[in-house]
Every structure is written in C-alpha cells, then in structure tokens.
Design a binder for this molecule. Structure first.
Ligand code: ADP
Ligand code: ASP
Ligand code: MG
Length: 439
C-alpha cells in the first residue's frame, strides 16, 4: 500500500505550530458556539442537472442555517468526465496525460460555479475554489496523482467570513503549477483529505443510494444497507469492485482516522457510518459481496521452474504500467510449471505485447494464453478471521448454481473467485443468499 504524505497541518516547521494554534483556536470557537465544521461531498448524479444542483443548494443552506460551517466538494455532472474522455479520443490517439488532466479538471470546475450560483440565488453566500485554490498539492503523476499536502488557508478565510466554500473534487496542482487529477472517483478523496486537513467534525459523502449495501443494490435487489462498517472492510469492498467509494479515499480515511458517512442526496434517511473496527464487529462473518467486471486472465504454460522466471514475467508487466490482481502459480511437475494472473481487460493488449517477446525466449514449449469475458466475485468481512468454513460455503453455493470457479484467492478478510462474466450477477445473488445477507 502506498504511503500518502500528511496534510500540511502535519508539517514540521514554525508555520505548522502556528497553523495548529490557529486550528485549535478555531476548533475552540466552534466548540464554544456549538458550531460544527462539516464537509459534504455530492457525486455526479447528485449534481447531474440544474434541478439537482438546486436541491444540493437547498440542502447545503439548511445545514448552514442549522448553525454549521459548510465545505462542499462536488464532482463533475454525471456523464461529463466520460464525455471529456471521448472528446479527447476524437482529436488525438495518444493525448498527453498532462493535457488530459487540464481537460478533465474542467468538469468539476463547471459544477463548483453552478453550485455556488444556485446557493447565492437562494440568498446564501457561497464562493467556489478549484483544487489548486483550495490548497491541494499533489505529486506529478498525471491522471492518478496523490495528494502531497493541503494548505487550506483560503478555505478558512472564506469560512471565517461566513461563506459556504465549494471545492472542485478530483483535482489538485503540482508544486510547479501543473493541474493534476486524482483518479476516477477521486472527488471522494478530495472530501476525505479536506476533512482531515481542516479537522472537520463530520464528513458526509452524498450519493444516489442510501449508503453502503451488502452488495450493489442495482445487481442484488434484496441487498441491505449496512449501518456501520470498518475501514478495512470498506477498503476491501471498494478495491474489489464496490465503486460506491473510491478505494484510495478509504485508505486515506483509515490513515488519518476520518470517520465518514455515506448517504443519499435525495432523502434524509440515515446512511452508513465508516469507522475504525470495534468489539462485536467480528460477529458478522461476511459484511458484503463485491463484483468486478471486465477482467481478463493471462496464462503462461510450461515455463521452466527456475529462479527468476516469475520475476522476468512480472518485471515486463510492471514496465508496461499494468496492475495485476490475482496471481496463481501451479505446483511444479517435471521442472515445469504454469503461471496465471488476472488484470483489467482494458490492459490485455498491452500485456500481450509486453509478454510475447519474453515468452519465446523462455523455451520452445512455453505458451501464452489469454481469456477475457471473466469477472471477479469477492466476499468481505473481518469475521472471516475467526470463523471457519467460509470459503467452502461460498464454493458450495456456486456449485449448487452450476457456476464454475476458474481461479481462487484469499486474504485475511476476503475470499475471491473468478467466474465467467455472463454468470457474475447470478453468482453474486446465490452467494449473497448463502451468507444470509438478503433483506
Ligand atoms: P457518485 O457519483 O455519487 O460518486 P457512484 O456512482 O460513484 O456515485 O457510486 C454510487 C453507486 O455505487 C451506486 O449507484 C451503486 O450502484 C454502486 N455500488 C456498487 N457497490 C455498492 C454497494 N456495495 N453499496 C452501495 N452502492 C454500490
Ligand atoms: N468526475 C470524476 C469521475 O467521474 C471524479 C468523481 O466523480 O469523483 O471519475
Ligand atoms: Mg463515486
């Protein structure tokens, strides 16, 4: 897991001490006046059209009028980021990532202005800030930059003057002034990181479902909303396909202890609280089920069972900038073995190009095989640490439904299998039922 550096409030210099003093002064004033500082993030669907932006404006004003200071983080309106990606593809086969970031950042910039306008129209006082203006500094890895530090001076100034501050999610700026973006779904990360930097009392992620469910409610209709989930479970679910939260944002929340809730922007139902693990949470064996589509499998058959072969294969894959997921090496027979791994289907052509020259150099018998059209099903729960028979229950449910398992991997709190993509929804439903998760 990569290490993200702390927000600027953790810098070890005199400014840091002064910033802390100012911060605790602010926190003290808030405490004395019973005022809370709340970060609210609204995703693409929640700001998907003018009516929805007006709905957000009303909700934000209500929260402020209840006596709170409000920072709002918004995504691009739904579909906008995808349209920008398509536009880029229409003018260039290989646009530079630097220019991609300049382009993609415009999506969120549109929403901040519209949201601020809608709040002002209702008689409130709102000001918008781009990621850079909000003090979000990142490394230079375009299209998936990491936050290096946050200097929220401008945010505090606007809040102190009674404004609602509207910040563009998903974007930041390098130390030499280049615009960066934080990876798909990155507005979640902006909200969590900003909540950590300003020491917010509450961070709310508003989306188009009531919270985190035991499985994507669009796939498993009988999925239930989870009331409380640990960071580790949320992280495993997010990184195994439950895209309700961006996985890097959960990683950040765990590291800086940011408790947050996931709620629906269209109603006032209670949501899901994501927090540190506590006693009793282990009594639930499987907290949730995730699915990840568009996976592919690469198998290299009959490779020599010698030191350095796996290193060569994965070195070539790393150099091609490909992230692999499950890796399986067979038991060796006659000094030969098979290596298989999975990856995103979008990366398959790159992987084939990287491995073909290598495979021919490994021996005459060595064969490269690939398969797309597969998907991954995962069950996640910290209760799996202390309960046995979890994997066999999952495999039995799949067997009873006639679903073939192609690969298996396990970790302390997750068991994952690869099945044909055409069977993934049925697989999710039968496993969900087997673990008693149906509403
Ligand atoms: P936003 O635009 O608000 O960031 P996303 O589309 O990124 O919203 O995430 C919300 C969607 O995540 C839901 O509409 C739902 O289909 C999907 N989803 C996947 N897994 C889950 C889950 N376990 N619980 C809730 N939603 C899930
Ligand atoms: N607009 C970006 C995306 O679609 C970031 C986000 O919505 O969180 O991925
Ligand atoms: Mg999202």
């Amino acid at each position: 897991m990569d290490v993200m550096s702390a927000p600027a409030i953790q810098r070890n210099d005199n400014c840091f001490v002064l910033a802390l003093a100012l911060l605790s002064g602010r926190a003290m004033i808030r405490a004395l006046s019973h005022m809370a500082l709340i970060v609210q993030k609204y995703g693409g669907t929640s700001v998907g059209n003018p009516e929805r932006i007006k709905n957000v404006a009303r909700r934000v004003l209500e929260s402020q009028r209840a006596g709170n200071q409000i920072i709002v983080v918004v995504s691009a309106m739904s579909g906008v980021t995808d349209s920008l990606l398509k536009l880029a593809a229409e003018v260039s086969e290989h646009p530079t990532e630097r220019e991609m970031d300049v382009l993609l950042a415009t999506g969120e910039q549109t929403t901040i202005a519209l949201t601020a306008m809608a709040i002002n129209q209702l008689g409130g006082s709102a000001s918008s800030l781009t990621g850079a203006q909000a003090g979000i500094s990142t490394d230079g890895v375009h299209t998936k930059a990491r936050i290096a530090n946050i200097t929220p001076d401008a945010v505090h100034r606007l809040l102190d003057d009674g404004n609602i501050v509207i910040i563009a999610g998903f974007q930041g700026q390098t130390s030499d002034g280049r615009i960066t973006t934080l990876g798909r779904g990155g507005s979640d990360l902006t909200a969590i990181a900003m909540a950590a930097a300003v020491k917010a009392d509450l961070c709310q992620i508003f989306t188009d479902v009531d919270g985190v469910y035991t499985c994507d409610p669009r796939v498993v209709k009988v999925a239930q909303k989870i009331e409380t989930i640990s960071y580790d479970e949320m992280l495993e679910m997010a990184s195994s396909g439950s895209k309700v939260m961006q996985s890097r944002s959960v990683e950040f929340a765990k590291k800086f202890g940011v408790r947050f809730e996931v709620r629906n922007s269209m109603n006032t139902n209670p949501g899901t609280l994501v927090k540190e693990e506590e006693n009793g949470m282990e009594s639930v064996v499987v907290r949730g089920v995730s699915i990840e589509r568009n996976q592919a499998k690469v198998t290299i058959d009959d490779v020599p069972d010698l030191p350095g072969v796996a290193a060569k294969v994965f070195d070539a894959i790393t150099k091609a900038n490909i992230v692999v997921d499950m890796i399986v090496q067979n038991v060796s027979w006659d000094s030969e073995t098979d290596i298989s791994f999975t990856l995103s289907a979008a990366d398959l052509p790159k992987a084939e190009a990287a491995l073909k020259p290598l495979v021919s150099g490994l021996g005459d018998k060595v064969e490269l095989r690939t398969q797309s059209g597969i998907a991954k099903l995962s069950i996640v729960g910290i209760g799996m640490r202390s309960h046995s028979g979890v994997a066999s229950k999952m495999f039995t449910a799949l067997a009873n439904a006639g679903i073939n398992i192609q690969m298996i991997s396990t970790s302390e709190i997750k068991t994952a299998v690869i099945v044909n993509e055409s069977e993934i929804e049925n697989a999710a439903r039968v496993v969900h039922t087997a673990f008693g998760l149906d509403a």
